[in-house]
Ligand binder design. Sequence first.
Ligand code: SF4
Length: 336
Amino acid sequence: MASRKQDKHINVALFVPHEGCPNDCMFCNQKAISGKTERLTAADVALAAETAIGSGKDTTGGEIAFFGGSFTAIDKDYRKELLDAAKPYIENGSFKGIRISTRPDFIDDEILMLLKEYGVTAIELGAQSMVDKVLKANCRGHLSEDTRRASELIKSYGFELGLQMMTGMYADTDEGTLYTADEFIKLRPATVRIYPTIVLKNTMLAELYYKKLYEPQTLGEAIEICAQLLLKFNAANIKVIRLGLHSGGGVEPDYIAGPYYPAFGELCESRVYFKKAADMLKDFPKGKYQLIVNKSEISKMIGQRRENLIKLAEMGYECRVLGSEDIIPYEIKISR
Ligand code: SF4
């Protein structure tokens, strides 16, 4: 299993509202909120970088990240303004590089050469699904082949590749979601982000939801499938760097329905521990056991409100959890 190192460096994360998005994805309310969201400026980039540097924490291993989904699709001059503002901080070694996220169909040689010049080191693609039927149903405006092509091109230029996927999309199934993860693994990204679909105000998905044509995942369903995804990516040595939408990231005021929970990632990881422990214990006679996990992961093994230990006890295994520095995250040792 892959070990998950804690990133200690400071990143600067900047949101670029997508004013000129050519698309109208079913779940997205960017069009409705653009204009109400303040435009990120070069001065904002400089201020955020200076603030991080001035915090006294180590930024040299960190990144200046432009999120918002479609960085390479925004107006050329605006994109240049933001990159120009970030570039000096990469050149003087204050940050390791620039990270951007974009759509798979806005990647070509010209764009990649430009990003290279500016010190961009990592590119994340909002792929969302590798099932074409799902991409079409959600009006994504690109197909899985675009993600394959863009991923290979990004890697051929030496950028770090990140892929983003969603669970519970309209017209998707758990099989489709697991297939997407398998297809991601074939593309060998360095990182993956996983977002359960949330119904937001001012989206086509909200209309379908109100017409009872779309039913979002329950929190339990989202946790279950995301735990399976975590295990898959972990076994393939691919880092999952985000699970669930950020709390405080503007979701709350627009939330209508769906599995949104501030500590969603922790719930999924806790579920992974339960699944692994239950699977290992089934080969042991019922009784009392000690579960030894990485010291920093004890609470995930125990679960919220001791949920995991209660469920294991119901199965006939009364467990105590101990921590050890010698065990990597997600590994469990069982002793009497
Ligand atoms: S998800 Fe991205 S591509 Fe789709 S409408 Fe929103 S900003 Fe545009």
